[in-house]
Design a protein around this ligand. Structure first.
Ligand code: AMP
Ligand code: MG
Length: 640
């Protein structure tokens, strides 16, 4: 054990205490101000009240195309009894000051927006007049004094406050500011946030991965989240876990920034050093290291020479939650933005949601409409998963004292975005890459689709409860030897999907799998004690097939039971296993050898009560299209 391991998490504090300590160390965070050209002020926050420096409009003007005249001249005018007026001959256009005044019995042609001439007190619309051949006009209506005149200062009077401090500037605000004649706008300066990722394993997105490397998700994500919360984020890249260059990068970053956000290297690993470097970056240094949050326990909060320095946990979901919960509020104060409003809806949990006691837990959920209102499916795949974000609508907070929320609980779901759009089509069950070929065109047509990978059995349960539209399943009934149909009830209808050939996968050239007889290959593999298998999770359709093949044998590697076809292929490619069972398209994609065993039927259990929904009909139609079938065939599937 290295000495630093002992000082890890000696004092994990509650979420509330962490926020209080961080706030106390930060003191008052007053946002800086800057003056921006009007055109650059969109999306910024007004730092001071803006008052009109002059009247808007600056003069009395006509609101219509017509004639400026004296209302008194038109007393009693009507169609039967028109009044004849002399024209001054002046035509008052926009942007020209009138030269001639209007005397009794006179009128001047005036354009919309033209300044009212001296002597005139009303405007009549050109439609209510007729020209006479001698250059005079007939007016067929009486007019009230002031008619169709926009008075000076009627929009904004000089000195009037037109926009208040803390207003978010959008197009409408820019219009007002421009009309008031203000060319430079006092706004809150965007706090400059330097973002850097740490970890020997990190590679920038777009670059190829070497073995054991992963792409840096946190860097771009945190920079974007900072920008969403009013900051000017500068992403400095991913740095290996090496003290000297990392420390130099951190110091340089902090110099030119108002806040520094790192991710990774804050937990118990031997190579984790970010928090130790932060400790030496300036006084008072680390104020919190370890918060009773799940995900997010290793969060490290520091203040160095008055600037917030944060080390977010390495796992992207942990990083995102802790950022939003603890860092974003600080950033928004620095940016002069109001606290982000909490947008919540209530929903029912269809399943028991387990939780760890002693930590405030955030569980991501996807919403669907069930027969008795909204239901919230947990989408979490653990804090290491990034996809749970894209599929979730929001999250549920579970108190530190609860060890679970029971099935059927009513929960408050905090939404990620204020406007909740319920999905048009909810699919819950087993995922297949072929499904993407059906969903792609539907999404392209504007349908909002939620596809929850909760396994065949999970999907079937959700479909039985009427909480999704359809459940993709591939369940073999060992008794009858047939797929899927035996699992349906009268509330469900089977929509045939496609077949996927399952087979043995191995690295091409492995002599144990030479030939084209899968049973012979299997016998050789089982006879070789060095031949390592990879199995599948209990409940998977493929697992049933594996169990049939093994007839009770538990060869080396049997306890390795990943949850997906791709994980099986990856294990064999990376030589963590020598063989497994997966489907042909996945084997083909991974460049593995393949010996076909048996087709698997991937079908859809449709919820009868929801079959009339337009999105469900569109799904059936798209599935039946020749283009879809061809695409499935090209990808190695056999459409029903
Ligand atoms: P650490 O906090 O450095 O121990 O990292 C915890 C986990 O998060 C490890 O699995 C890391 O590989 C992963 N991780 C750390 N940084 C990143 C990152 N920037 N993007 C994606 N995953 C990361
Ligand atoms: Mg690390």
């Amino acid at each position: 054990m290295t000495p630093h391991l002992q000082d890890q998490f000696l004092s994990v504090v509650s979420r509330e205490e962490a926020i209080a300590k961080f706030d106390a160390a930060l003191g008052a965070l007053s946002p800086r101000q800057e003056l921006l050209p009007l055109a650059e002020s969109a999306g910024r926050v007004l730092a001071r009240d803006l008052s009109a420096p002059a009247d808007v409009p600056p003069f009395d003007r006509s609101g219509v195309d017509g004639f400026a005249l004296r209302a008194a001249d038109l007393t009693g005018a009507s169609a039967a009894n028109p009044v004849i007026l002399r024209l001054t001959g002046e035509e008052i256009a926009c942007g020209t000051a009138p030269r001639l005044s209007i005397g009794p019995g006179e009128a001047s042609l005036i354009a919309t927006g033209g300044p009212l001439p001296r002597g005139a007190d009303a405007v009549v619309m050109v439609e209510h007049t007729d020209p006479l051949p001698d250059g005079r006009i007939e007016v067929r209506r009486a007019a009230l004094p002031g008619q169709f005149i926009g008075r000076a200062g009627s929009d904004l009077a000089r000195g009037e406050v037109l926009l208040r401090r803390a207003t978010l500037i959008g197009a409408r605000e820019i219009g007002m500011i421009a009309a008031a004649g203000i060319g430079e706008v006092p706004v809150f300066a965007r706090p400059r946030v330097a973002v850097l990722s740490t970890g020997d394993e990190l590679v920038a997105p777009g670059q190829a991965l070497a073995p054991a490397q992963i792409h840096d998700a946190n860097g771009p994500m945190i920079a974007a989240a900072c920008a969403e919360n009013g900051a000017e984020a500068r992403f400095l890249g991913a740095f290996p876990d090496q003290a000297a260059p990392l420390e130099a990068a951190m110091r340089a970053a902090l110099q030119g920034a108002d806040m520094l956000i790192l991710s990774g290297g804050t937990s118990k690993g031997a190579g984790d050093l970010t928090h130790r470097l932060v400790a030496g970056l300036g006084a008072p240094g680390i104020v919190v290291h370890g918060v009773a949050l799940k995900p997010g326990k290793p969060l490290c909060l520091a203040v160095c020479n008055g600037k917030p320095v944060v080390v977010l946990p390495g796992f992207p979901t942990s990083a995102m939650f802790t950022f939003h919960d603890i860092v974003a509020p600080v950033l928004r104060r620095m940016a002069g933005l109001p606290a982000r409003g909490v947008h919540e809806v209530t929903a029912t949990l269809p399943l028991r949601l387990p939780s760890e006691t002693g930590r405030t837990e955030f569980a991501m959920v996807a919403l669907s409409e069930g027969p008795e209102g909204r239901v919230a499916f947990a989408t979490g795949k653990g804090s290491g998963a990034v996809t749970s974000f894209a599929q979730a609508d929001g999250f549920v907070q579970i108190g530190a004292l609860e060890d679970h929320l029971p099935e059927g609980s009513k929960v408050q779901v905090q939404l990620f975005t204020p406007a909740l759009r319920m999905p048009d089509l909810v699919i819950a069950g087993s995922h297949c890459t072929g499904l993407d070929l059906v969903l792609g065109p539907l999404a392209g047509a504007g349908l909002q689709i939620r596809s929850l990978a909760i396994g065949s059995l999970g999907g079937l349960q959700a479909a039985l409860r009427g909480e999704c539209d359809l459940a993709p399943i591939h369940l073999l009934d060992p008794a009858s030897g047939s797929f899927n149909t035996p699992f349906l009830t009268e509330t469900l209808e089977l929509l045939p999907g496609w077949q996927r050939m399952q087979g043995l996968v191995f690295r091409k050239g492995d002599p144990r799998f030479a030939g084209d007889d899968p049973q012979a290959a299997l016998a050789r593999a089982l006879a070789d004690p060095d031949c390592l298998m990879v199995s599948r999770n209990q409940g998977a359709g493929t697992r049933i097939l594996i169990d049939q093949l093994l007839k009770g044998a538990k060869p080396q590697g049997w306890l390795n039971q990943p949850r997906s076809h791709t994980a099986v292929a990856a294990a064999v490619v990376q030589e963590r296993a020598d063989w497994g069972v997966t489907i042909a398209p996945v084997a083909q994609d991974a460049g593995l050898g393949f010996l076909p065993l048996a087709p698997e039927h991937y079908d859809f259990a449709l919820v009868r009560s929801r079959m009339e929904r337009p999105a469900v009909k569109a799904f059936r139609e798209t599935l039946a299209l020749p283009e879809t079938r061809q695409a499935l065939e090209r990808a190695g599937f056999t459409p029903a």
